[in-house]
Design a protein around this ligand. Structure first.
Ligand code: HXC
Ligand code: NAP
Length: 290
């Protein structure tokens, strides 16, 4: 799909790049020639992922343990990246936390646990990288992973829904503020369900039983493939998408639309039978006079 050197010469930071979707995006960036820093809390997991990614892609992949809830740690991550690789050209805000909870049961600590990672942590890292990009004077691309419920809200994940919606507001605000003065563009990706160990552990009670029900909500009848998300993430990071700014691109197989369309639930029925019913419901043509 892409030139193999699409991202050559770019130094990119991926938060949460040692697991799940972050790892898949980091891999795609590395395959396309970027030098990639992966950053999250668990140093051992990060080291292992970096070694695997290096072996799989032959690229320069640097693990830097970082807790994005700490602004100083975010600043340090950027300093180390610059010391090891030079300029920072892009940031993928992917790190997050989530769990299922009834809102009335949620403790203050539980609310903070999610908001501190998703809203505040994402901002701390964005600010640290943005400050660096401003000093460099070459623009840059910052992409954040949201979820489709930034548009609709969602029951039972209230702090995540609130925090991710905040990151969407950050994306749009800075797309104008930093786009105009510094050529730094911000975009977001809102994925539907893409199976990962982290998300499924946090959010899916009985994976096997839930799969059919979850897929029935998606017009394309399947979950997303990591490569599909990674390709979109590569496009938004590349200079070739330089005129895309302040956008949130949904990648969910049409899931949201199916839920929203008044008559869309009819797709569950056999299509041939459905057409027969439509035909039977059709008003007979009025007999022409004379
Ligand atoms: C209610 C909970 C809870 C739960 C923790 N808490 N788990 N409350 N239900 N399941 C509360 C605790 O009681 C405590 O509050 C506070 O949260 C902090 O708890 P810790 O155990 O200290 O949490 P911490 O170590 O900070 O871990 C954060 C975490 C954890 C979010 C809870 O799961 C984590 O680190 N997750 C990272 C990975 C992850 O979640 N990935 C999934 C992303 S998927 P009190 O008040 O008691 O002190 C995603 C997909 C969305 O976002 C869309 C899918 C389609
Ligand atoms: P995941 O593997 O659990 O990813 C979460 C990552 O965030 C982990 O690598 C975790 O590493 C890191 N992280 C958490 N807290 C952190 C902190 N304080 N500082 C730094 N890193 C931190 O789950 P995933 O499914 O790949 O999720 C990746 C992103 O996709 C998230 O933004 C999620 O909301 C989004 N998303 C996923 C889906 C899906 O279906 N999978 C759908 C929509 C959106 P450590 O624990 O080592 O820090």
């Amino acid at each position: 799909m892409f030139r193999p050197d699409l991202l050559r010469g770019m130094n990119l930071i991926v938060s949460g790049g040692g697991t799940g979707l972050g790892r898949s995006m980091a891999k795609r960036y590395a395959e396309l020639g970027a030098r990639v820093v992966i950053a999250s809390r668990n140093a051992e997991r990060l080291e292992t992922a970096a070694a695997q990614l290096r072996a799989e892609t032959g690229a320069h992949v640097l693990p830097i343990p970082t807790d994005i809830r700490d602004p100083d740690a975010c600043a340090h991550l950027v300093e180390r990246t610059v010391a090891e690789l030079g300029a920072v050209h892009g940031l993928m805000n992917n790190a997050a936390g989530n769990f299922l909870v009834a809102a009335e049961e949620l403790s203050t600590g539980g609310f903070d646990a999610i908001v501190d990672i998703v809203l505040k942590g994402t901002w701390y890292l964005t600010q640290a990288v943005g400050r660096r990009m401003i000093r460099q004077g070459q623009g840059g691309s910052i992409v954040s992973i949201l979820t489709t419920y930034v548009h609709s809200g969602s029951a039972f994940v209230l702090p995540s829904a609130m925090a991710k919606a905040g990151v969407l507001a950050m994306t749009k605000s800075l797309a104008v503020e930093w786009g105009s003065a510094y050529g730094i563009r911000l975009n977001a990706i809102a994925p539907g369900p893409f199976p990962t160990e982290g998300a499924w552990q946090a959010l899916v009670f009985d994976a096997e039983a839930a799969a059919a029900e979850m897929k029935a909500r998606i017009p394309l009848g399947r979950f997303g493939e990591h490569e599909e998300l990674a390709n979109l993430a590569a496009y938004l990071m590349a200079k070739e998408s330089a005129y895309v700014n302040g956008q949130c691109i949904d990648i969910d197989g049409g899931e949201q639309l199916q839920g929203a369309g008044e008559f869309s639930n009819l797709i569950r029925h056999d299509r041939k039978q459905l057409k027969e019913v439509f035909q039977a419901m059709r008003k007979p043509k009025a007999q022409s006079e004379g």
